[in-house]
Design a protein around this ligand. Structure first.
Ligand code: XUL
Ligand code: CO
Length: 439
């Protein structure tokens, strides 16, 4: 098979002093961090849509990047060329996983039957390549937001017929996910939301979304899918108000409709910041609820109000992300999927490589620094000490649920006034993090 990324080498670790743009400065896959190799802490995935499909087209202009890979776009020949390009790319970067929407891997046809035939053909080809290379499917999903039929949502649509189309797409996407031994299946509810309550029955829509997810779980389990289902929260864009606003909202929804045993969350950095949270906040909310499933690794621009899907470069952010991941015991079925794209003027094949090198190095450095913060112990010790008044006496009784308001009120009355609660020492803790990051 002809090489597609001709002048681009296999990317290797050369260390922080390297000036080679096509080398890793920090990602050293076999380096042991906290007892396991970096590559196990960091199961990186390539997002088919950004890397192999997106050309940089935006609302104001056409694409700048050529992603034809030697074939006429919109054809099955192109679909196969993208598979070739994707597997060569993953091999050269040392990426083990990939993710896709159904219509990322084939051009959608006029009928479900024809689209499904195309999906069968291309998934056969992907399966062959997986067997030959050992690459794995992190998660699959159905695109239920681009086609005009989904203008009012998929699960939340007002049209029962459109709802059935969504069901057909999910069914087929699950078939392929299982065929390719995918570890997860994602629901990102891009159009599951509303623009105005003047035309919307919110309760009705939420119930229908939950019903569709329930049917997906039942079908998935019936065909042998043992992985995790994920909701990927996002507060807005394209809709004004999206139901899966953030981690806390999605968890409440999953529990309300009894889906919490089968679902976890896929937390995306740029979605958390759009919801007015830090990335770390949404990771923590997911983790403390036992629902940290997978991560869409990217970063936004806080000066912009939309999802810029940039490659992660902010090491503070990747450090705090990996701190959460380590504390949560790692990602089990999940991974770090680069839901990230090059900036429109970075349109070359070289830029595709450099984007991933930046992202992988930023996460590798984040992992090294998060492990150092944990091994240093001062932050964790400070937090433990901060709550130490609950370790004995009345505090311990509160934690054990062995007291009541009357007893606490009596205790308080005897005290007169409590002592000041102790300094939060934010600046001290931030200086510790800086000294670990920049030593
Ligand atoms: C959109 C987004 C999606 C999901 C998959 O903001 O993040 O690409 O990750 O549908
Ligand atoms: Co995403």
């Amino acid at each position: 098979m002809a090489e597609i990324f001709k002048n681009l080498p296999k990317v290797r670790y050369e260390g922080p002093k390297s000036t080679n743009p096509f080398a890793f400065k920090y990602y050293d896959p076999d380096r042991i961090i906290l007892g396991k190799p970096m590559k196990e802490h960091l199961p990186f995935a390539m997002a088919w849509w950004h890397n192999l499909c997106a050309t940089g087209a935006d609302m104001f202009g056409v694409g700048t990047a050529d992603k034809s890979f030697g074939a006429a776009t919109g054809t099955m020949e192109h679909a196969r060329a993208k598979v070739d390009a994707g597997f060569e790319f993953m091999d050269k970067l040392g990426i083990e996983y990939f993710c896709f929407h159904d219509v990322d891997i084939v051009p959608e046809a006029d009928t479900i039957e024809e689209t499904n035939k195309r999906l069968d053909e291309i998934s056969d080809y992907i399966k062959e390549k997986m067997a030959a290379t050992g690459k794995k499917l992190l998660w699959g999903t159905a695109n239920m937001f681009s086609n005009p039929r989904y203008m009012n949502g998929a699960g939340s649509t007002n049209s029962a017929d459109v709802y059935c189309f969504a069901a057909a797409q999910i069914k087929k996407a699950l078939d392929i996910t299982v065929k390719l031994d995918g570890k997860g299946y994602v629901f990102w509810g891009g159009r599951e939301g509303y623009e105005t309550l003047l035309n919307t029955d919110m309760k009705f829509e939420l119930e229908n979304i939950a019903m569709l997810m329930r049917m997906a779980v039942d079908y998935g389990r019936s065909i042998g899918f043992t992985g995790d289902f994920y909701i990927e929260p996002k507060p807005k864009e394209p809709m004004k108000h999206q139901y899966d606003f953030d981690a806390a909202t999605a968890i409440g929804f999953l529990r309300q409709y009894g889906l919490d045993k089968d679902f976890k969350l896929n937390i995306e950095a740029n979605h958390a910041t759009l919801a007015g949270h830090t990335f770390q906040h949404d990771l923590r909310v997911a983790a403390i609820n036992g629902m940290l499933g997978s991560i869409d690794a990217n970063q936004g621009d806080l000066l912009l109000g939309w999802d810029t899907d940039q490659f992660p470069s902010n090491v503070y952010e990747t450090t705090m992300c990996m701190y959460e991941v380590i504390k949560a015991g790692g990602l089990k079925n999940g991974g770090l999927n680069f839901d990230a794209k090059n900036r429109r003027p970075s349109y070359t094949h070289e830029d595709m490589f450099i984007g991933f090198i930046l992202g992988m190095d930023s996460f590798a450095l984040g992992l090294i620094k998060a492990a150092a913060i944990i091994e240093d112990g001062r932050v964790d010790n400070f937090i433990r000490e901060r709550y130490s008044s609950f370790e004995s006496g009345i505090g311990a009784k509160i934690r054990a649920g062995e007291t009541n308001l009357a007893e606490l009120a009596e205790y308080a009355a005897k005290l007169g006034a409590p002592a000041m609660p102790g300094s939060g020492k934010q600046e001290y803790l931030e200086s510790i993090v800086n000294s670990i990051l920049f030593n």
